[in-house]
Design a protein around this ligand. Structure first.
Ligand SMILES: Cc1ncc(COP(=O)(O)O)c(C=O)c1O
Length: 392
């Protein structure tokens, strides 16, 4: 019924540590965001057919966090709308329909976004789904090459079917694929192939963006600059705002022939929230916090991996950490019984965390960014106690 910082409270006043919520990313009900939203609501709220300053201020502040090549932004109300718009731009500019995604990707809920979301079971004939990179089942040295080969094979398959390749869309942390982030840089070779074949690289930063990975943007871990970047969830700390950041040369072509207007996209209240989020991230050094507390949490969980055979892998980038459960270390067979039992056990102990991946066998720890070392200790200690109890 109430939230504050990294804590949620139920109707009886019981406190839960939120280890899962990346939407109120700078903390539940952050006072600076609340004040900015309230101030704007009492001043002006309309839409972008009328001129107001904070949409421009926000666009400039946001673009300053991106590499110089990504010079334009358009605002939406959700991650799905942003994916939809990114696909429209890529397909218009490239005059193609073919899109490559990963096998268990989730990119949203509109018709176009769900067609590139194999995890939801929908597909279209222009979409090719390839295995996600997986450093736990491949070696670190193999990940980049295998992924690049799969991209090349998918492009060849589109060609054979007479479908022109337009874009590859990747969630930069491969969240619904089971969360795959290592080794940093593995997207580079695949990106080169995409460009060589005339396609665009669309980075979905709905999960990885706004400091989550210990860098402002997930793609920065890979040393690449995408053609289009899709934003959502943490952007307004709970206010519905999304965005599409684009290379200007693409938007010039798109804008000359296509129109885009979104009644609520980029409205003054959402822009006020977005601006406040950027200010809080900077003032409270939340990107550094994600990096530091993230590695602290990772170290604690790695100690548990030495203690419990059922933990096959612990992986993380900043404050997005996955713990993969397996039935035995030889076969690496997914163990969703343990992960799901743990999710419920943790809730009973006052910690909210969920599981992800095709079998939901990977614990997904993705708390608001002001998470502290003491919070991380509580998570590690409680997982340790529960796993110990499960063995008894
Ligand atoms: C990677 C990714 N892309 C896109 C979306 C869609 O965002 P929204 O729910 O805001 O439409 C999600 C939502 O979970 C997501 O995780």
């Amino acid at each position: 019924v109430r939230g504050e910082g990294v804590w949620l409270y139920d109707e009886k006043g019981r406190r839960y540590l939120d280890g899962y919520n990346n939407v109120p990313s700078v903390g539940h009900c952050h006072p600076s965001v609340v004040a900015a939203v309230s101030r704007q609501a009492a001043t002006l709220n309309t839409h972008t057919r009328y001129l107001f300053e904070n949409v421009v201020d926000y666009a400039e502040r946001l673009l300053a966090t991106f590499p110089g090549e990504l010079g334009n932004v358009m605002f939406t109300c959700s991650g799905s709308e942003s994916i939809d718009l990114a696909l429209r731009i890529a397909r218009f500019v490239g005059r193609g329909e073919g899109v490559i995604v990963t096998q268990d990707a989730y990119h949203g809920t509109t018709t176009a976004a769900s067609e590139i979301s194999p995890s939801r079971g929908t597909a279209s004939k222009g979409v090719r789904a390839i295995p996600a990179p997986d450093a736990y089942r491949q070696s670190n040295a193999e990940v980049s090459g295998i992924f690049a080969d799969n991209v090349a094979a998918a492009i060849a398959d589109l060609k054979r079917a007479g479908i022109k390749f337009a874009a590859m869309v990747v969630d930069t942390v491969f969240s619904s694929d089971g969360f795959h982030v290592d080794p940093p840089g593995f997207l580079k070779s695949a990106a080169e192939i995409v460009r060589r074949e005339g396609g665009l690289l669309i980075a979905d930063e709905v999960q990885g963006g706004f400091g989550r990975t210990g860098k402002m943007w997930g793609f920065q871990r890979h040393g690449i600059v995408p053609d289009i970047v899709v934003l959502g969830k943490p952007m307004g700390n709970g206010m519905p705002i999304g965005g599409v950041v684009v290379r200007p040369e693409l938007l010039t072509q798109f804008g000359a022939k296509q129109r885009y207007f979104n009644t609520f996209g980029g409205n003054p209240i959402c822009c006020a929230a977005g601006l406040a989020v950027l200010e809080v991230i900077e003032r409270e050094k939340l990107v550094e916090n994600a990096r530091n507390v993230g590695s602290y949490l990772l170290a604690g969980l790695n100690k548990l991996k030495d203690k419990y055979q059922r933990i096959g892998d612990v992986r993380g980038a900043g404050l997005f950490v996955g713990v993969e459960f397996i039935t035995d270390r030889q076969t690496k067979k997914p163990d969703s019984a343990t992960s799901l039992r743990l999710v419920n056990g943790l809730r009973e102990e006052g910690i909210l965390i969920n599981a992800l991946g095709p079998y939901r066998h990977v614990l997904k720890i993705r708390p608001p960014l002001p998470f502290s070392e003491a919070n991380a200790d509580q998570v590690v200690r409680t997982i340790d106690d529960l796993l110990d109890r499960f063995q008894a």
